[in-house]
Design a protein around this ligand. Sequence first.
Ligand code: HEC
Ligand code: HEC
Ligand code: HEC
Ligand code: HEC
Ligand code: HEC
Length: 402
Amino acid sequence: MKRVLFLLLTAALALVFLVTIAQDRHRGWVKYQRQFLGTLKGAERRGIARGVHQTIVQGLDRVDRCTTCHLAATKPQLGLAEQPFTAHPGQYLQWHPVEKFGCTVCHGGQGLATEVKAAHGEVPHWEEPLLRGPLVQASCRQCHGEVSTIQEHAPLLVQGQQLFTAKGCYGCHAVHNFGQTVSVDLSEVGAKSHQLIEADFEMMPGPHNRIHWLRRKLAHPRVLNPGVPPEALPRGEEEVFPSSMPFFGLEMADIEALSVYLLSLKAEDLPASYVRPPHTPPEPTYASAVTRGRAVYEHYGCTACHGIGGVGGRRNPNNGLAEEAPSLLYVKAYYGDHVEALKQVIRQGRQPAPRADPHRPNPPLYMPAWKERLSEEDLEALIAYLFALSDRLPAAAVGDLL
Ligand code: HEC
Ligand code: HEC
Ligand code: HEC
Ligand code: HEC
Ligand code: HEC
């Protein structure tokens, strides 16, 4: 009996051993290496080591094995037409030699993995999905703090950063100590863990990763955060308003650019030899107080709540009869003779905005306090601009000030 058992166990062990060997031969990378080597002539083939290729990037604390499959990335003369065997496009690997940079610092993914999906980080619980196509521009900013210097190679990143200001995102969101705190600080949104994302993911087709979440959020801010209407709640509980982030009606190209910029926002802590620090841009000059005021209005994100050119229209439940943040076209009529009071409103803000119906919750948007963030000169210029908007009433004439 004992002998039979012993023989059976030995057979089982041998089987496990054989299966393991067979599986190893069919591992993703083995197949790709064999396929690639098959296309090469003898001499070329001898130049390529078999097995897992590994780059240890000490300065960045990374170990990348991407070139195990992407065999021609650093050998353009051997590049083929299809993935994973193409030569790397552009001069990126000349500017950023593989020994010093590796691959994942730009592309994301999982450096140590050797199966396709795992290596590309396109598996649950891996927080750095592969940045495909132009999304890779999101990684340039961690080292090139002044993105205008690489504009030619990272056009979407630059455009996303400009759109962030132009759309007034700063009026509600802060990024690295600039901007208001009416809503979430976005300084590290590009590294936000899936676990911490507050969104109703059932309202969104998969995959449920950070990249898709951001795109969806920008396209339809309220769909993932729809709030809870009073009918759906037990009696006496306060309704939850839908997200007060405005619907911007962004085009696909703008969504892509903003996503690249948002994905680029993360804590940066790289060794100095990798970083090109930003320089402070020179003070711009303005033709008049009104043009300066308009620049201030855009720069600080007043657009966020008062719209481009102060025409209003941003939804703000339970704020005034129209449930909108107010238009600023009438500021001169109210404050023309009370400039100090107007300065007071802008410097001190009004939190919360008064409720139209005292039985419903506070309006989510309020006039934030700008305190000393605005210099006295900027404040005067801002007021000159607001008064000029009023002077141009009726609204049709406001157009040429926008
Ligand atoms: C096991 C083999 C394998 C490994 C390891 C691997 N890749 Fe890939 N890679 C592929 C294959 C196959 C494709 C084409 C299919 C696809 O796009 O998923 C590909 C596609 C890509 C693309 C997209 C190219 C395009 O046309 O859009 C990028 C970028 C990329 N890989 C980067 C990486 C990086 C960075 C790593 C290391 C973290 C890596 N890969 C590791 C096999 C691999
Ligand atoms: C300095 C940043 C940087 C580094 C480092 C880098 N790449 Fe890229 N990679 C890029 C850019 C930029 C593109 C072009 C993306 C686009 O616009 O389609 C790209 C494109 C690719 C593509 C797609 C190729 C195609 O034909 O569309 C693959 C695959 C790829 N890289 C693999 C790698 C691998 C493997 C490494 C490491 C050996 C690596 N990259 C290192 C920036 C980088
Ligand atoms: C990990 C840091 C890091 C990342 C990420 C990075 N770069 Fe660089 N890049 C550098 C450094 C450092 C140099 C200078 C290399 C040198 O002087 O030898 C450089 C050089 C360059 C150059 C050459 C011209 C110049 O200014 O010297 C270009 C263009 C460039 N990078 C573009 C990009 C783009 C586009 C991306 C994103 C796809 C990117 N870089 C991502 C660190 C980085
Ligand atoms: C009027 C105020 C307002 C403006 C303007 C605004 N947002 Fe928001 N945003 C919010 C609020 C409130 C939330 C939090 C509730 C939610 O998730 O909808 C939010 C959430 C977000 C989130 C999710 C952050 C997280 O960590 O959950 C992102 C990303 C975002 N906004 C990006 C933007 C961008 C980009 C712009 C400019 C195009 C912008 N927002 C303009 C109010 C605003
Ligand atoms: C996060 C949204 C938000 C941002 C950003 C914002 N405001 Fe307001 N603002 C409001 C709301 C809401 C009110 C109405 C407050 C109330 O009803 O008491 C208001 C009121 C005002 C008023 C008073 C209007 C009146 O009729 O009394 C002025 C003036 C004003 N804002 C100017 C600005 C300027 C200038 C900026 C940029 C520096 C700015 N706001 C940025 C939300 C905002």
